[in-house]
Write a protein that binds this ligand. Sequence first.
Ligand SMILES: [Zn+2]
Length: 392
Amino acid sequence: MTSTVVTNIRTLVTNDPALGEGGPLGLVHDAAVVLDGDRVAWVGPAAEAPAADSAHDAEGRAAVPGFVDSHSHLLFGGDRTAEFNARMSGRPYTAGGIRTTVAATREASDDELGRNLTRFLDEARRQGTTTMETKSGYGLTPEQESRALRVAAEQTDEVTYMGAHIVAPEYADDPAAYVDLVTGPMLDACAPYARWVDVFCEKGAFDGDQARAVLTAGRAKGLIPRIHANQLSHGPGVQLAVELGAASADHCTHLTDADVDALAHADGTVATLLPGCEFSTRAVYPDARRLLDAGATVALSTDCNPGSSFTSSMPFCVAIAVREMGMTPDEAVWSATAGGARALRRDDIGRLSPGARADLVLMDAPSHVHLAYRPGVPLTSRVWHRGRPAGA
Ligand SMILES: [Zn+2]
């Protein structure tokens, strides 16, 4: 184990209010961070930094915790360029487009799925993401779903079983039988590789009763619920998430006052907003301001997937959230780091304070505000992941 002091940081976001100013961000100016092995050992003013085995001069850059992307769908074959092109020419997005990817994913080899995942995780890391959840949901048979999750578990800790993404084409005439498969043999095959269970609760996918069956069956096998809720229309997803103690209700685009109230008073259910999706489908953005003002915990995530949001960029999501969803730059940066950690029920990531995992991003900017102020600009200068410089 060797230690590194990263010093001469102009603005450091710790996400620990006890360590600095700026409320939840716990900002430290002219700061240093000591990374020891895969952990953060010390944080504070650069002038007081202890010695370490090596030093890295940040030359006045800002530092933030590695982004925590708590929602993606990266286990797929093919792509949907043609569908995107058509949609941008006026055709609305519906949940059915997923079937195109199901066909291509079933054709893909394990090797191809694994290489795709590696490529996306590397792509995201170059943009500052150091934790990425990902889901199954493009195989829709016990064999296909479990092999996708096995491939995922080799590359990330945060793996989600989502056999209930859409009803498999073979069960189009008998959705109840598909739910029996998802909550029975498919779950048995998948549970060993997953930490989470997820369901797309939406018209055209699974209704409230079906979603409840999927999540409670998963929970009985030791998986923790999360849910695609209220994305395309009002529905029971958010209330179900809060009632079942899901870690996260994702999308939250179409909310009643009662939904907002439920999230604001939820015990551990985060509202995860996925603005890349509304951007890519020309849909109305979720109202982050309404959720924050009510007191809900908000996370931001990419929803990276080939159909409705093919971006792996958390900085892009931060910029949209600020421009279109009423978040302040401070709130958006918190939601993309600490918020994502909450949505994954992790306390070792999403912060830069002693004991945290050594996931640190240096930006070619003096302040984290530039993530929103300079949209589309590749500001990521250097990334430490588990204490190692990415790419090293
Ligand atoms: Zn999703």
